[in-house]
Design a protein. Structure first.
Length: 113
């Protein structure tokens, strides 16, 4: 599980984060997702979620969401935290279980276009 060292932010405040992950099919019943969170200054916000394919092969992921709650939409340093989350459905209710995480500083750059 890893996040790329840079993400983008568009003029409307949409943040795009990406990276890679690998998980095995032995995660058990239920879906697996790549979740991501960005912290800009003191504001922390979830940035989308992507369904994961757990087949033992490395895959890329990309999550997008618009910054809200007063977060600045300017480029610059930010912290990203990603997690590979399995929603185990054996009990009937989906129970989240963290498979892997990554957390580090990134640079938010202006989106092209």
């Amino acid at each position: 599980m890893s996040a790329d060292p840079a993400g983008t932010v568009s003029r409307d405040g949409t943040v795009t984060l990406s990276g890679t992950y690998r998980c095995s099919p032995s995660s058990g019943p239920g879906p697996v997702f790549v979740s991501s969170t960005v912290r800009v200054g003191e504001v922390r916000q979830g940035i989308g979620g992507t369904a994961a394919t757990c087949d033992g092969v490395e895959h890329t992921w990309m999550n997008q969401d618009k910054l809200v709650h007063g977060a600045p939409s300017a480029q610059g340093p930010a912290e990203v935290e990603t997690a590979l989350v399995h929603l185990d459905t054996r009990s009937g209710l989906p129970m989240p279980s963290i498979i892997a995480t990554d957390r580090h500083e990134i640079e938010l750059r202006p989106a092209k276009g």
